[in-house]
Design a protein around this ligand. Structure first.
Ligand code: SAM
Length: 192
């Protein structure tokens, strides 16, 4: 998908898309670097969009051994995500419904949840709702990674989101800045 299509989606639904360009492979690597792919049996991705993280995850897992699905709310983005990753199910629904889809796959928890969601564009209520469902969808020690743009870290919504992560997870680590991403970003690596 071209950046032009991404910008078009951003202009029509800025609070859902939350970014003007797809994430870089460098950011995808940072998002995934703490996951033990040999052990993870259930992986969920929120907001796969153009599938940058999805393809990277698919290159590291064996779908005969690992359940992997996505939740992408935006209809157009969902269509694009499904085209880029036809081997998995990407449901057109909100990340807040994660437990419904875990149950649908016959499991209670995911070992790892990878989020491409634009948290800074969300209301506090939506942030809380998705974070609570995420924590409920992870076992003790379960892994969650998400990113934030550098410029957003000093905004009230960015500060609020970081403190919410610390309330919801027992461990929150911050990656070095991924300068090669547009815009530069950091990754939050969280453990329940
Ligand atoms: C910043 S884009 C990230 C796309 C891609 N993962 C990347 O990093 O380039 C955010 C994506 O989250 C999706 N999204 C927004 N709110 C969502 C929600 N509540 N549940 C699932 N997906 C959502 C948007 O439609 C969009 O595709």
């Amino acid at each position: 998908m071209s950046s032009w299509h991404f910008i078009k989606q951003f202009c029509s639904e800025p609070r859902t898309i939350g970014a003007i360009a797809p994430s870089s492979k460098k950011l995808a690597n940072r998002m995934l670097q703490q996951i033990d792919f040999d052990r993870a049996r259930v992986i969920v991705e929120y907001g796969p969009g153009t599938g940058v993280f999805t393809r990277q995850i698919l290159s590291k897992i064996n779908l005969d051994k690992t359940i992997f699905f996505g939740l992408e709310l935006n209809e157009q983005m969902n269509r694009i995500a499904c085209t880029h990753a036809p081997e998995i199910s990407i449901f057109q629904d909100s990340a807040s419904e994660v437990r419904k889809y875990l149950n649908h796959h016959g499991v209670e928890h995911a070992d790892a949840i990878i989020s491409g969601l634009p948290w800074a564009a969300f209301s506090e209520k939506l942030q809380d709702e998705i974070l609570e469902e995420t924590v409920a969808g992870l076992p003790e020690g379960g892994f969650f990674s998400t990113f934030a743009y550098l410029h957003g870290l000093i905004l009230p919504s960015g500060i609020r989101f970081r403190s919410k992560l610390k309330q919801h997870f027992s461990e929150v680590k911050i990656s070095p800045v991924v300068w090669g991403n547009i815009p530069p970003a950091i990754v939050y690596w969280c453990r329940k």
